[in-house]
Design a protein. Structure first.
Lengths: 234, 385
């Protein structure tokens, strides 16, 4: 008997309104993602991969369908419940890092821990561990503008893992990085997946990032596709 | 502590913008405090009003007089202790801009009725001996350099001619609320002269100052006085000293209302400036608010952060303005000493400044806070890059 998937998506649809027009973005998506998986969502621009990622992360709502994460139908949660759910279960890694410029690396990593019941000392200890994990233990008091793009993304990774979430949501994590920094970040994600068992869902245009994932799911025009639309280019 | 640090750093993130906004707040709230103090200075005389003193005047208007013999009839009203006469003189000392109040009074009675005026006994005796003697308030003496023994010539406007006076007493106020910027001289000096030069204007009183035994009976006594002169040649209107003073101020009420209005307009303007600053700030940080919400922070936390920033900005402006009000008011008063006898910066003015700061902060932060709280995470995250 197969194990219950961590993420179970059934008949998920989403459309946006553009003026009087309704533009379908996702159409009847069915997808299972196992716990401990590292999946790359790929597809051309406008294929709906970022929308699907946003829905799985609980920062957007579908029009219809079911989206169960670790046994919870997150489409049924209200805004406040969803915020709590994200704080406990999701770590975010964005293309442009999304660090708070007025907070140093340690404080940025500490942000999501403010939503927990941990004491200040416990938060500090966790932050130090997370920063050490991404190799930035000596940059704790540096502000984002004092760090390179690759270092900023590593701080963002530390922020994403510091709460020990169920899911790591990565939206083009290498999109703004040079080749070496991108490789470092991918290596880090691979290690998080392999060594700590983190389930990672990553949207990317980068074939190298796709290669780092355990599996790749392609989207085209809002539907899952068996074909790799990038195959012709490689 | 973490949140406070975040708010503090955000306030000074765009230093020039925040600095200019705080400067604007300081200027506006300081101007508000000064204008409120100007308004209050108009009412400085009201502060020294006594409930034990009634003022009786011609019911038609202050410019109409009453026969002097009313004094005895008023004195006979039950509850009345003493009755003093007081005529506004309206003389000019050297230049028309050297304005100060001069009253022709029966000095022993009036100085008895105003125990807040402290007169040296020797000077008082000199004053009573000299028909041309005058008592000068300390503030007035300091303003124009009058000294004991000085001879002052006033050019009459209501009572034509040059009138000579000798400074025989310089009186002090009992406390800081007492205005000592008047000159009192003998009614008899004026009245005897009028008997010779303008007999029809002699034996007339502008105001009777009525000292009553029990302030609680003021209304009944005032009515009894006025009833006694009903249907007479000059009907009277008797009111408390406070009401009389306020009525006097009411003649220039339009100016007071205009000043008060300007002070509120200044606050409205800075409110718009601060609101604009906060709106710009919030708009620039939409992606950050979206990130916070994505991480699990609720709309309330985001709104509170924005509102706290607006309040901190306003508090800094208001705090600096409140700190500067005292010294600036002192300088302002020194420059306008001839206009304002008192320029009291009272705790109420500081409270109003603080309230203005609070209102500006709340109004400036409300809309951006509401907007930031409602921002959709997906839309906010798109603002990056």
């Amino acid at each position: 008997m197969p194990a219950t998937p961590l993420v179970s998506i059934r008949h998920l649809s989403k459309s946006y309104r553009r003026g009087a027009q309704t533009v379908p973005v996702l159409d009847d998506i069915n997808l299972d993602i196992a716990a401990g998986d590292f999946i790359a969502l790929m597809g051309p621009s406008g294929s709906g991969k970022s929308t699907l990622l946003n829905l799985i992360a609980g920062i957007d709502k579908p029009d219809s369908g079911e989206l169960i994460v670790d046994g919870i139908d997150i489409t049924a949660l209200g805004e406040s419940e969803l915020a709590d759910w994200r704080a406990r279960n999701v770590g975010f890694i964005f293309q442009f890092y999304n660090l708070m410029p007025v907070l140093d690396a340690m404080e940025n990593v500490e942000l999501p821990l403010l939503l927990t019941r941990l004491s200040r000392a416990e938060r500090r200890e966790r932050c130090e561990t997370a920063l050490a994990l991404v190799g930035l233990g000596d940059r704790a008091r540096h502000y984002p503008n004092e760090l390179s793009g690759g270092q900023q993304q590593r701080v963002a990774i530390a922020r994403a893992v510091v709460t020990d979430p169920t899911l790591l949501i990565c939206d083009e994590p290498t999109g703004d990085l040079d080749r070496q920094s991108a490789a470092d970040v991918l290596k880090m994600l691979t290690e998080l997946n392999a060594q700590l068992g983190k389930t990672i869902i990553m949207v990317t245009h980068d074939p190298r990032a796709g290669d780092a994932a355990r599996s790749t799911t392609f989207l085209d025009k809002g539907r899952l596709s068996n074909d790799n639309p990038f195959a012709a280019h490689h | 502590m973490f949140y406070l640090r975040l708010v503090l750093r955000n306030v000074f993130r765009a230093r020039l913008r925040s600095g200019l906004t705080i400067l604007g707040l300081v200027i506006a709230i300081l101007a508000f405090g000064l204008l409120q103090t100007v308004v209050r200075s108009w009412y400085a005389g009201v502060d020294m009003s006594s409930a034990a003193r009634l003022f009786t005047r011609n019911s038609i208007s202050l410019t109409f007089s009453m026969p002097l013999y009313y004094r005895e009839r008023i004195a006979a009203v039950p509850g009345v202790k003493t009755v003093g006469v007081s005529n506004w003189f309206g003389g000019i000392w050297r230049e028309p801009q050297n304005f100060f109040a001069q009253f022709a009074t029966d000095i022993p009675t009036v100085l008895h009725q105003y125990p807040e005026f402290i007169v040296d006994p020797v000077q008082y005796a000199d004053l009573l001996r000299d028909r041309q003697g005058a008592a000068i308030g300390r503030e007035l003496a300091n303003l124009y350099g009058f000294k004991l023994g000085d001879r002052i010539t006033l050019q009459g406007t209501i009572y034509p001619g040059n009138w000579d006076f000798n400074v025989r007493a310089i009186y002090d106020g009992r406390d800081d609320t007492v205005v000592t910027r008047q000159m009192y001289f003998h009614y008899d000096y004026l009245n005897e002269a009028l008997k010779k030069t303008a007999p029809v204007r002699a034996n007339q009183a502008g105001v009777f100052i009525v000292e009553i035994a029990d302030p609680a009976n003021g209304a009944e006594i005032a009515k009894a006085i006025d009833d006694g002169f009903a249907s007479s040649l000059a009907e009277t209107l008797t009111e408390t000293e406070k009401a009389f003073t306020l009525g006097f101020i009411a003649m220039v009420e339009t100016i007071v209302i205009a000043i008060r209005g300007v002070s509120y307009v200044v606050i409205l303007i800075i409110m718009a400036v601060a609101a604009n600053t906060m709106a710009m700030t919030a708009r620039e940080r939409i992606a950050e608010y979206a990130t916070l919400k994505a991480l699990g922070f609720g709309p309330g936390t985001v709104a509170t952060l924005v509102m706290a920033e607006a309040l901190l900005l306003a508090a800094l402006g208001a705090g600096i303005a409140m700190g500067l009000l005292g010294p600036v008011a002192h300088v302002f008063h020194a420059a306008t000493i001839k206009v304002f006898a008192k320029f009291p910066v009272v705790p109420e003015t500081y409270a109003m400044q603080a309230a203005c700061g609070l209102v500006v902060g709340v109004v400036a932060g409300a809309l951006p806070a509401w907007h930031s709280a409602r921002v959709k995470i997906v839309d906010g995250l798109r603002r990056i890059g």
